[in-house]
Write a protein that binds this ligand. Structure first.
Ligand SMILES: Nc1nc2c(ncn2[C@@H]2O[C@H](COP(=O)(O)OP(=O)(O)OP(=O)(O)O)[C@@H](O)[C@H]2O)c(=O)[nH]1
Length: 305
């Protein structure tokens, strides 16, 4: 029997490097969700990659979402801890952008970790042509050498076209220690659909305003009902959702000018929700103020905490 491997990996890279999209592509779609409860680690699990040869647990790297406070300063301790705890690291460097100072800073930091495989992942290769990709791969190699980092591999991928995603999964799994699966297959997908849907909407609501609404937002799926008057071959589900914030000002942020942001939240999350439910949905989003909900046990229970 062939060896089964299991372990943890994280992706690092500047904002927009393609980490989330790659995570989704590796996981196979819908379950790359930041808030899934940490199980054996303190870190949030972003997704599970189940394969015949192993199981890869992709974890979130806190702090790297705020590179402006991070780059140019020392990396915070939590990020270092994450790096020291995972089995393998993938640094994402988008092929349509040159290797910049921010990237080099990260590469130097990664070079400090000894005896851990660090992959350079040239993301978004569908956006560039041959010569440009070759130059990009060369500058990644050079940046590694300059920092004293020996890349485990430099691998070009496109999460959008799917090119080399399978190969990347194989290479990452090959670096994991031998061991049984850490999570039952499909564990994260066993979360109730409502939880996944609420989480997708919460992510969409936080998009671009994360700093303004850090923890003050909770999303609850109120009901999901099949629309009665639809033909059998064209079903539709009405999904009624409440988005709770703590203050009126936050309500304004979520709703946006003439409802523009709320509309955007709906359209950004609908496709993913439709993928989960397997039917078109009508999303009915309501924003409500639940004052100080984080401090009110009764409200917390209502919001599912
Ligand atoms: N064409 C193309 N676009 C991609 C690919 N991967 C990601 N993108 C796009 O690049 C943008 C950023 O991708 P994300 O996956 O959100 O990047 P990220 O590194 O997770 O970003 P942060 O959450 O800001 O750290 C999005 O608009 C993606 O659609 C790819 O393989 N090809």
């Amino acid at each position: 029997m062939s060896t089964f491997r299991s372990g943890f990996a994280c992706f690092v890279g500047r904002p927009n490097a393609g980490k989330s999209t790659l995570t989704n592509a590796l996981v196979g779609g819908k379950i790359a969700i930041t808030s899934s409860k940490p199980q054996t680690t303190r870190h949030a699990i972003r997704g599970l990659v189940h394969r015949e040869d192993g199981q890869l647990v992709l974890i979130d790297t806190p702090g790297l979402h705020k590179p402006h406070t991070l780059l140019g300063q020392r990396l915070n301790a939590l990020v270092r801890t994450t790096w020291s705890e995972v089995d393998t690291i993938g640094m994402c460097l988008p092929a349509n952008e040159s290797v910049g100072e921010g990237d080099k800073f990260l590469i130097r930091e990664l070079a400090q970790i000894s005896r851990k495989p660090v992959f350079a992942i040239a993301t978004k290769t569908d956006l560039v042509k041959g010569d440009k990709l070759r130059d990009h791969l060369l500058s990644i190699q050079r940046a590694g050498a300059d920092a004293g980092l020996q890349w485990k591999e430099i691998i070009p991928v496109s999460a959008v076209s799917g090119e080399q995603v399978e190969l990347l999964a194989e290479l990452l799994v090959a670096t994991l220690p031998e061991g049984p699966a850490l999570y039952p297959e499909g564990q994260l997908t066993d979360e109730p659909e409502e939880t996944l849907i609420a989480e997708i909407i919460r992510e969409a609501a936080l998009e671009g305003v994360r700093d303004e609404l850090p923890h003050s937002i909770a999303v609850v799926v109120d009901e999901m009902v099949p629309r009665a008057d639809r033909p059998k071959d064209k079903p539709m589900i009405d999904v009624r959702v409440n988005v709770y914030v703590e203050r009126d000002s936050q309500k304004g942020i979520i709703i946006g000018k003439q409802g523009a942001r709320l509309k955007e939240i709906g359209s950004n999350s609908r496709a993913q929700i439709e993928a989960i439910l397997g039917t078109p949905v009508y999303l009915d989003l309501h924003v409500k103020v639940a004052k100080e909900w984080q401090r009110d046990p009764k409200q917390l229970r209502k919001l599912g905490f």
